[in-house]
Design a protein around this ligand. Structure first.
Ligand code: G16
Length: 542
């Protein structure tokens, strides 16, 4: 039986950088999730006759949310839902299933790298038929709908058993429960040189993959240990848990410290990697050699042709604005187009769909290609493995050769978390107000060449996105970028991105914090971070 439920619209259901993210208890209020799902359906012209992929990263409330969404989709006439077994799907696997099955889109339950649990974070986002996150026009339509809608319909039905693979029905809707890993693993086999990687593992190559008790555990075990023959135990924290075992599944040196300690220690394996809550981010570390995400993008782009799926070459490279220009140097050397987009994977979608770029990446530990329309943590790890297997060198050797050839873009991001929103807004407003007066002035002995607020015109559809981050560019092209995060759930997170280019051959192996010291000092001076926020040191450095 179909039931119509009325509710009072909720304030603040505005999607951020990647969908709607809030504290789990906010989502658990009666009708809160339903109100946003109804807004999704409104923004895409209803659910009737449509097919959706549905799944999430297994965090607390994932199981309840999947059942709620299935019942609403069934009540509103959706014809078919493809659901990962147990309601689980990594974000890149969901993107792949949307594309493979030519569905009308998918609903992904995740707050990505944010911690999970009843007191932590939950999230939901919609991906379009191309497999990619909904563009701004669609998320704005969702937000508009959350302000006006006052009812939804749902099917009165018992929960489905999502643990059994197979096809069942829910009202008139067909629900296909699928293995979350199989199709994704086949896609990886089609892109990479599995025999070469298998041979490298058979010859004694060692690796640690920290799944951080999140979604990539089953994927990494199947691909690395079963298909590629990596030793059992290569994958640690490999069982997805609703609270990620208390881990903060954000693969960076701060939160993946167990892996970092091992990789910097005396018994380090050859290669280390970690992924995040929903499997779209990656961190890559060699023995004693941390790879910054911006460098990782550049190295992957420069060497992608060593993997069969990219042997024909790349169409172009895209990076988010705050990501370092290391990839631009590769693009220039290879004669490839290079695009600079705002932060948010959704901005790569049009470029990938139009065939204008093949590889994309962000400083926020995201790298991916046109094989799906999300960033893809395991994909990046496998491309690194493929390159390591073919070149037969260590990560440190590959990095050193890369910097010797292209120079090094020293890079770091400093995050100041959970600042009172009003203070962060005031700091950004004061900074924006003085931008026009900065060019030509000096700070910390360095001359400012340009200062602006990044705006992006999508070269495919002409849409314009304003206010995407304040940029201060110095005479030698060193750079500071300031942005407030669009993915946090508590107060504001100030991100300060710092970059300095060192052409070499000298000075290529400094500690990035030392190499960037004057830029860091300038960043504090220019934005008056401490007077505005009371913070003098960042909470996280990547
Ligand atoms: C999301 C977006 C990324 C973005 C990251 C950080 O990643 O998909 O494009 O770089 O957030 O965004 P912000 O700086 O606004 O916090 P994820 O992995 O959280 O979905």
């Amino acid at each position: 039986m179909i039931r119509t439920q009325s509710f009072t619209p909720f304030d603040g259901q505005k999607p951020g950088t990647s969908g709607l993210r809030k504290k789990t208890r906010v989502f658990m209020q009666p009708h809160y999730l339903e109100a946003f799902v109804q807004a999704i359906f409104a923004a895409i012209g209803g659910a009737a006759g449509k097919t959706f992929v549905i799944g999430g990263d297994g965090r607390f409330y994932n199981d309840r949310a999947v059942q709620i969404i299935l019942r609403m989709a069934a009540a509103q006439g959706a014809s078919r839902a493809i659901v990962g077994q147990g309601g689980l799907l990594s974000t890149p696997a969901a993107s792949h299933l949307i594309r493979l099955n030519k569905t009308d889109g998918g609903i992904i339950l995740s707050a990505s790298h944010n911690p999970g649990g009843v007191e932590e974070d939950f999230g939901i986002k919609f991906n379009m038929a191309n497999g990619g996150p909904a563009p701004e026009a669609v998320t704005e339509a969702m937000y508009a709908a959350t302000k006006t809608q006052t009812e939804y319909t749902t099917l009165e039905a018992a929960d489905l058993d999502l643990n059994r693979i197979g096809t069942v029905s829910l009202g008139d809707m067909v629900v296909q429960i699928v293995d979350p890993v199989a199709d994704y693993a086949s896609l990886m086999e089609s892109l990479f040189d599995f025999p070469a990687m298998r041979a490298r593992f058979a010859a004694g190559f060692t690796m640690r993959f920290d799944a951080m008790c999140a979604i990539t555990g089953p994927y990494a075990r199947d691909i690395l240990e079963n298909r590629l023959g990596a030793a059992k135990g290569t994958v640690t924290h490999g069982t997805p848990l609703p609270d990620f075992g208390g881990m903060h599944p954000d693969p960076n040196p701060t939160w993946a410290h167990e892996l970092m300690d091992e990789m910097m220690g005396p018994a380090a394996p050859d290669f280390g990697a970690a992924s995040d809550g929903d499997g779209d981010r990656n961190m890559v570390v060699g023995r004693g050699a941390y790879v910054s995400p911006s460098d990782s993008l550049a190295v992957l782009a420069a060497n992608a042709h060593l993997a069969p799926g990219y042997a024909a070459g790349l169409k172009g490279i895209a990076r988010s604005m705050p990501t370092s220009a290391a990839a631009d140097r590769v693009a220039q050397a290879m004669g490839l187009a290079c695009f600079e987009t705002p932060t948010g994977w959704k901005f790569f979608g049009n470029l990938l769909d139009a065939g204008r770029c093949t590889i994309c990446g962000e400083e926020s530990f995201g790298t991916g290609s046109d094989h799906v329309r999300e960033k893809d943590g395991l994909w990046a790890v496998l491309l690194w493995l493929n390159i390591l297997a073919v070149r037969g060198q260590s990560v440190a050797e590959i990095l050193a050769e890369h910097w010797a050839k292209y120079g090094r873009n020293y890079y770091s991001r400093h995050d100041f978390e959970a600042i009172e929103s009003a203070k962060a807004d005031a700091m950004m407003a004061a900074l924006r107000a003085k931008l026009a007066s900065l060019p030509g002035t000096q700070v910390q002995g360095m001359q400012i060449k340009a200062a602006d607020d990044f705006a992006y015109t999508d070269p495919v559809d002409g849409s314009v996105s304003q206010n995407q981050g304040v940029r201060i560019i110095f005479a030698d092209d060193s750079r500071i970028v300031y942005r407030l995060s669009g993915t946090g759930t508590q107060g504001a997170t100030l991100r300060v991105y710092l970059e300095r280019y060192q052409p070499g051959p000298e000075g290529l192996h400094l500690d990035p914090q030392e190499a960037l010291a004057p830029i860091i000092a300038a960043a504090h001076d220019l934005a008056q971070i401490t007077p505005h926020t009371g913070r003098s040191a960042p909470d996280v450095i990547t």
